[in-house]
Design a protein around this ligand. Structure first.
Ligand code: CU
Length: 309
């Protein structure tokens, strides 16, 4: 059996275990699986209480990642359920140092797993995982089986509380970003992110320029270099020459960012500059994560930026 098939079977196994455990509600969580039943009902209650007016002021922007629009403080990505879709329980390793699988489903209003998606930015679903202090960022693309179960091999590098976002467009619907909190057992020392516009990863340096202004589309440019030389071999990744995620510090709301310029052809390269338009609704500090690809390898660098107003 190949690895993908094994992984997907393992994913189904986890879901099956989860289903049984959920049915026994109050029973101990199966060992090795991070579960959320202690908080999920509370989240559901809060969701129901806040549903009445939560979207009253929103001009929906169906673009990739969230619903920020000028003049409102609303950001996407902060709810398990929106637009008729729900991010169902997430199963994942319970603690660090454990190799396992992260798996979940997106379900519709009738509780049925969604099995038909639109492709956005080259993928049906983008999974963003970040510890709530802004560290440990990952942007990955799980595999989906025919039953609508998404899964990806997973282990945690550090303990703590994580927000897991699923950014997707179900066929015939608008884009939506849903999230859940997942707890990873163990001691951890939270980081207080400080403004930073320079970052390194895997021998590359990245510098962020441009002012971030609340309430309007702000042009931000990332310049990539290596050993002091400009990198001009940035390859198309997710339909652009890089991908930028922006999260609001404080609630980790998911801001809308889109690449500027035409979508690249598969064989084209660019660099060292990649520009984006970022829309953040409120003044404050934002956590930015830039993913780029060179020679077939994806690298990720973090920035921390305060709005200028
Ligand atoms: Cu993605």
């Amino acid at each position: 059996m190949n690895t993908a098939a094994r992984l997907s079977l393992y994913g189904l196994g986890l879901v099956a275990v989860f289903g049984v455990a959920a049915a026994l509600s109050g029973a101990l969580a199966p060992e090795g699986i991070a579960t959320e039943w202690t908080t999920s009902q509370k989240e559901t209650d809060m969701q129901q209480h806040s549903t009445a007016g939560a979207h009253a002021d929103v001009t929906d922007d169906p673009g990739h990642g969230g619903h920020a629009s000028a003049g409102t403080a609303h950001l996407g990505g902060l709810t398990i359920s929106d637009g008729g879709y729900t991010l169902d329980a997430i199963a994942a390793p319970a603690s660090t140092g454990e190799q396992g699988v992260l798996t979940f489903r997106i379900v519709d209003e009738h509780g049925r797993a969604v099995t038909s998606y639109e492709t956005e930015h080259d993928k049906e679903l983008h999974l963003i995982v970040v510890r709530t202090d802004g560290t440990q960022f990952r942007h990955v693309h799980p595999e989906r089986d025919a039953d609508g179960v998404w899964s990806i091999a997973w282990s945690w590098d550090a303990a703590g509380s994580y927000r897991v976002y699923a950014d997707f467009t179900a066929s015939g619907s608008d884009a939506v970003t849903l999230s859940r909190i997942v707890q990873v057992a163990g001691d951890h020392a939270p980081v207080d992110p400080q403004p930073s516009r320079l970052a390194q990863a895997d021998g590359y340096e990245a510098a962020l320029s441009g002012d971030l202004v609340a309430g309007e589309a702000s042009e931000l440019t990332v310049s990539v270099s290596r050993d002091g030389e400009e990198v001009t071999g940035l390859e198309p990744y997710l339909g652009a020459y890089g991908h930028l995620v922006a999260l609001r510090q404080g609630d980790l709301g998911y801001a809308h960012v889109h690449p500027e310029g035409d979508a690249p052809q598969a064989s084209e390269t660019a660099g060292p500059d990649v520009s984006f338009a970022a829309s953040v609704p409120t003044p404050g500090r934002y956590l930015l994560y830039f993913d780029f690809q060179v020679e077939g390898v994806v690298h990720s660098v973090p920035f921390v930026v305060d709005t200028t107003r």
